[in-house]
Write a protein that binds this ligand. Structure first.
Ligand code: HEC
Length: 144
């Protein structure tokens, strides 16, 4: 039993060398959603706290998100989120795409589907109350 545990620990230790790619390409800060739309500070703060970790190149990884295998799961969400809409490249998206994203954002925030619940488990500051949801929805409504 003790030996099995040691082997498992050793494997977990070795697994730490197998990491997903978290690097980001060069990008132009002038094309950023917040830089372009200059929302009021409360909205900016909410966007950064609840959306930017997955929908931009400015992802902040807490220590537990750096542990293999959690990091693979997290990076999967980040890559997918950026594919759906990357706030760091907002200005490069076609206008139609931006409007569509904004429209979807209003709906998903209203339904409590964004930010993802897997995210709000560990990111308390991203749990939105009714007032915060309204602020974000008003912001995205202005971009439709
Ligand atoms: C934990 C990562 C994560 C966070 C945080 C997050 N998203 Fe997402 N988002 C995703 C992923 C993954 C998808 C694609 C899969 C899906 O729809 O579930 C997505 C999809 C979307 C879409 C759909 C785009 C389309 O064209 O259909 C919108 C809109 C969106 N997110 C807005 C937001 C907004 C606004 C916030 C902040 C309030 C946010 N997301 C926070 C990961 C995230």
């Amino acid at each position: 039993m003790k030996r099995l545990l040691l082997i498992l620990l050793l494997l977990l230790g070795l697994a730490q060398f197998i990491r997903p790619d978290t690097s980001v390409p060069d990008y132009d800060p002038a094309q950023d959603l917040i830089a372009m739309t200059k929302p009021m500070p409360a909205v900016e703060q909410l966007l950064r706290a609840a959306c930017y970790d997955c929908h931009s190149y400015e992802t902040q990884y807490p220590w537990y998100d750096r542990i293999t295998p959690v990091n693979w799961w997290v990076q999967g969400h980040v890559d997918h989120g950026r594919e759906e809409g990357n706030f760091s490249r907002w200005g490069e998206l076609p206008e139609k795409k931006r409007r569509h994203f904004a429209e979807e954002a209003v709906e998903l925030i209203a339904e409590g589907e964004m930010p993802l619940t897997e995210y709000t488990w560990t990111h308390a500051e991203a749990r939105l109350d009714a007032g915060q949801k309204k602020l974000l929805m008003d912001f995205f409504n202005g971009l439709r």
